[in-house]
Design a protein around this ligand. Structure first.
Ligand code: G
Ligand code: G
Ligand code: MN
Ligand code: NA
Length: 250
């Protein structure tokens, strides 16, 4: 396919870039880190949205190369910040199961000098179901480097509850579909409270994704949700946009 061919050349052609979305401590409003999100601008196609090119990259196996690029780029960027904020990188199931993934993570940390605890790998539940034992082995190896691991899009996959117990996560990210209108929707509120209770019981912080309104934020504050992310707190943007934050010496 043509688009696959073009994507193959996107890295070497400098067509990919990362944007960063802030993640905040809910009680203090302090920025704790950023999620790095991939963007592709092609000369002919213009901006291609990630929900178009990521699936193509996954089917073709190109996601391994793209994901490795994103991890290196994000770690290099974060290593240059004056404040010791976290950088979160999305890891696709194909990349997680690729040859020598833990070794690659180790090499990136050595190469960039980023302290391991400042890197967080976001992995979706669906990624874990495919070959559970291997995924668990890989996550344990990655964790042993000192890297943090987040369960992304929590609530949208299968067997959430057994996964959360079996896998060594540091944080649960509640999927944004449950945060939407959580202040008005009884069902969403019940689910979010349940996940917050689960996190509390397991000693895991919970981050709410996709906070779009001050009412949603108020609900999460009142329910003692640890952390949040979303357009209301900050949209994904080039790192230059956050220069004053990552470089501010307080
Ligand atoms: O940034 P946006 O909300 O448009 O992203 C859409 C989807 O693409 C999300 O599910 C997000 O996790 C995914 N995505 C964005 N950047 C990356 C990346 O670097 N690697 C992987 N595997 N997925 C990404
Ligand atoms: O699947 P993942 O959690 O990695 O997805 C991150 C995606 O969510 C990014 O593409 C980002 O652009 C998008 N996103 C971030 N904040 C919001 C928000 O408040 N509302 C919506 N609809 N999407 C958001
Ligand atoms: Mn994510
Ligand atoms: Na998510």
């Amino acid at each position: 396919r043509l688009i696959e061919h073009e994507l193959r050349h996107a890295i070497s052609g400098g067509e990919l870039k990362l944007v960063y979305q802030p993640q905040m401590q809910i009680d203090s409003g302090e920025i704790i880190g950023f999620e790095a999100l991939m963007r592709w601008h092609n000369r002919r196609r213009g901006d291609v949205p990630p929900n178009v090119f990521i699936p193509i990259a996954e089917e073709s196996g190109l996601i391994v190369e793209l994901g490795d690029w994103a991890m290196l780029e994000a770690c290099r960027e974060a290593a240059s910040w004056e404040l010791p904020l976290t950088v979160a990188v999305n890891v696709s199931v194909v990349q997680l199961h690729s040859q020598d993934f833990p070794q690659k993570v180790h090499d990136v940390l050595v190469k960039t000098g980023l302290p391991p605890h400042r890197l967080e790998l976001e992995i979706t539940e669906t990624a874990l179901i495919k070959d559970m034992n291997r995924a668990l082995g890989t996550l344990r190896q990655v964790k042993s480097l000192g890297v943090r691991v987040a369960m992304d899009d929590f609530g949208t996959g299968y067997s959430s509850l057994s996964n959360i117990r079996a896998f060594p996560f540091d944080v649960i990210k509640i999927d944004r579909s449950f945060i939407k209108s959580v202040d008005k929707n009884q069902q969403a509120a019940a689910i979010v409270r349940a996940v917050l209770g689960l996190g509390r019981g397991l000693g895991l912080p919970v981050l709410a994704e996709g906070i779009e309104t001050s009412d949603e934020l108020r609900f999460l504050t009142e329910e003692y949700c640890s952390a949040g992310q979303g357009f209301h707190l900050g949209e994904p943007a080039s790192i230059e946009h956050f220069d004053h934050i990552v470089r501010a010496s307080r």
